[in-house]
Design a protein around this ligand. Structure first.
Ligand SMILES: NC(=O)c1ccc[n+]([C@@H]2O[C@H](COP(=O)([O-])OP(=O)(O)OC[C@H]3O[C@@H](n4cnc5c(N)ncnc54)[C@H](O)[C@@H]3O)[C@@H](O)[C@H]2O)c1
Length: 272
């Protein structure tokens, strides 16, 4: 929304209260956790959301809770399987006609895979296939629709792309790969499609899980206090940033990684 100034003077702009009005946004892994927070933020911004997730119960639970009719759609899809991804994207195009945004959020979110000496190749390949290959496959198949809509892609990486605890090689590598995929795609797909990454820090998702697994968060004062922002993050913190990056307000932003971690990676730590 623009306000009037004198003719020839630069405009005064005010934030749009519904920046994704009638835009169609795909959120992988959107049935629970961070992805559900992103999906709900998209709905709150006026958009329509198509969730692709392997957890059917959690997906159906979202549709029941939201009760927004045709503005939300759930499909069971495994993002690591190309044929399934291609089918999913085709069905979304048939249903909605357009795709304006893709959020590659689906992931095996447990970072700890055990010591390198005993790391199973099967574990490494499973984590890479879901967290990294899945983002490439969804981007590849959504690309024609995203191009014609001048759309945007967001890859959900992690602060673990930049720093590590021991025994988290597969997860860290998958997230580091996502940051590289982000700038590679931004350069290849621009100016039609913008591509950015969000790297969340500690996001508490217990209350955002699917049926049967949802519970109140159990956080200590010390958990919050180690964040310069004073608290652990929520899925809506990531949703708010995703809405901005998907919106026209971010048209000049591509190829970047945005860290949303309450400042935790900026804190210098010396043991007492
Ligand atoms: N929670 C955090 O603190 C945190 C921090 C940094 C990054 N992240 C990232 O955010 C994303 C979401 O994490 P979360 O904590 O909400 O985890 P989560 O386990 O609550 O949610 C992940 C979702 O992805 C779905 N999924 C898993 N494999 C899939 C596949 N092959 N195909 C389709 N869907 C699949 C799951 O069913 C689930 O709904 C992940 O990429 C994770 O790495 C999370």
């Amino acid at each position: 929304m623009r306000k009037r100034t004198k003719p020839g003077a630069p405009p005064i702009s005010a934030p749009d209260p519904r920046p994704l009005l009638d835009r169609v946004v795909l959120v992988t892994g959107g049935a629970q956790g961070v992805g559900r927070g992103i999906a709900q933020a998209v709905l709150g911004a006026g958009g329509m959301v198509a969730i692709g997730d392997i957890d059917r119960d959690a997906g159906r639970d979202c549709l029941r809770d939201w009760d927004v009719g045709a503005r939300a759609f759930f499909s069971r899809v495994d993002v690591s399987r190309e044929a399934a991804v291609a089918r999913w994207i085709r069905s979304i195009r048939q249903r909605f006609g357009h795709i304006h945004g893709l959020v590659n959020n689906a992931g095996i979110a447990e970072p700890h895979g055990g010591p390198l000496a005993t790391l199973q190749l099967e574990h490494w390949q499973r984590v890479l296939a879901t967290n990294l290959t899945g983002a490439m496959l969804c981007s590849k198949h959504a690309l024609p629709a995203l191009r014609s809509a001048q759309g945007a892609i967001i890859n959900i990486a992690s602060t673990r792309a930049l720093q590590s605890e021991p025994d988290s090689e597969a997860y860290a590598a998958s997230k580091g790969g996502l940051l590289a995929l982000t700038h590679a795609m931004a350069v290849s797909l621009g100016p039609d499609v913008r591509v950015n990454a969000i790297s969340p820090g500690w996001i508490e998702t217990s209350a955002w899980k699917g049926p049967g697994r949802r519970r109140a968060a159990r956080l200590r004062a010390a958990d919050h206090a180690q964040h310069p922002a004073g608290r652990v993050g929520t899925p809506l913190d990531i949703g708010a940033l995703a809405v901005f990056l998907l919106s026209d307000a971010a048209r000049f932003i591509t190829g970047q990684n945005f860290i949303a971690d309450g400042g935790m990676t900026r804190r210098m730590i010396y043991l007492p």
